[in-house]
Design a protein around this ligand. Sequence first.
Ligand code: NAP
Length: 279
Amino acid sequence: MTTVPTRTLNNGVEIPQLGFGVFQVPPEDTKGVVLEAFEVGYRHIDTAQMYGNEEGVGAALAESGLARSDVFVTTKLNNGYLEHDAALDAFQRSLDALGTDHVDLFLIHWPLPTVADYVARWRTLEEIYASGRARSIGVSNFQPAHLHRLRDETTVTPAVNQIEVHPYLRNDAARAADAELGIVTEAWSPIAQGKVLDDPTLLRIAEAHGRTPAQVTLRWHVQRGDVVFPKSVTRSRMEENFALFDFELSTTDMADIDALDRGERTGPDPDTFAYVPSA
Ligand SMILES: NC(=O)c1ccc[n+]([C@@H]2O[C@H](COP(=O)([O-])OP(=O)(O)OC[C@H]3O[C@@H](n4cnc5c(N)ncnc54)[C@H](OP(=O)(O)O)[C@@H]3O)[C@@H](O)[C@H]2O)c1
């Protein structure tokens, strides 16, 4: 079976560079989809309280027979839990839903800078980290200014920053801030939810390598050093997205894909996103 390379986080924890995302996988389908992903070989699952499918991930973990230590599990604090006690309670509900006494990575899902103080929420994550119930903690959708405030005002450096990155949104400034601070970048929507797949440059490079545009795009992320977790409910695509480690893009291929950047987001702008669900 393919061995997925790992990246070492700033606290020494190893994270598989390729994982499986479950955003928009319906809760009732999640157990079956994640079990299929395990069969294909994925050992890193990215879920979130917001996705409503942590229980399905937990059921798959339990039914798979895999050792807990063989699977890297990430979940994220939902936007409604802005206060200390509410965040702690929500974290415990995640552990219960996932059927585990710890996660490998717990993230603040969105900074919500116009709504509430993300520094206070980060201190709650520091407390969770100190309790040993999250092997590492990080952030998602944090802009450079948000990271710099955490650096100046708190103790623990986030292990990762999970941000939107794909060929149409290189997101260079956020990636540079991550690198400066020793934070691993995780690239969400790595194939822009499919929007990049008919790009002529990606089609040309894919044809030259006898690969698909999705594989070329995911390989571009891997060679840049980012962690990715493409989502698919389709078995053949799960397999396709997992077959990234037996070919290599040239420097020219990489530069040609870099040149596709148009600053185009598929998701919200983190500086203005302010969605807070009612409790
Ligand atoms: N932190 C955040 O704010 C945030 C935001 C968004 C996403 N994420 C994370 O990132 C993960 C991935 O992002 P995403 O789910 O938004 O988008 P994505 O992985 O870029 O794309 C998923 C879409 O592409 C299709 N697809 C997957 N592989 C394909 C292939 N080889 N060929 C053609 N189509 C393919 C899937 O279809 P089918 O499923 O129908 O096969 C699905 O519609 C999420 O699941 C989540 O874990 C995080």
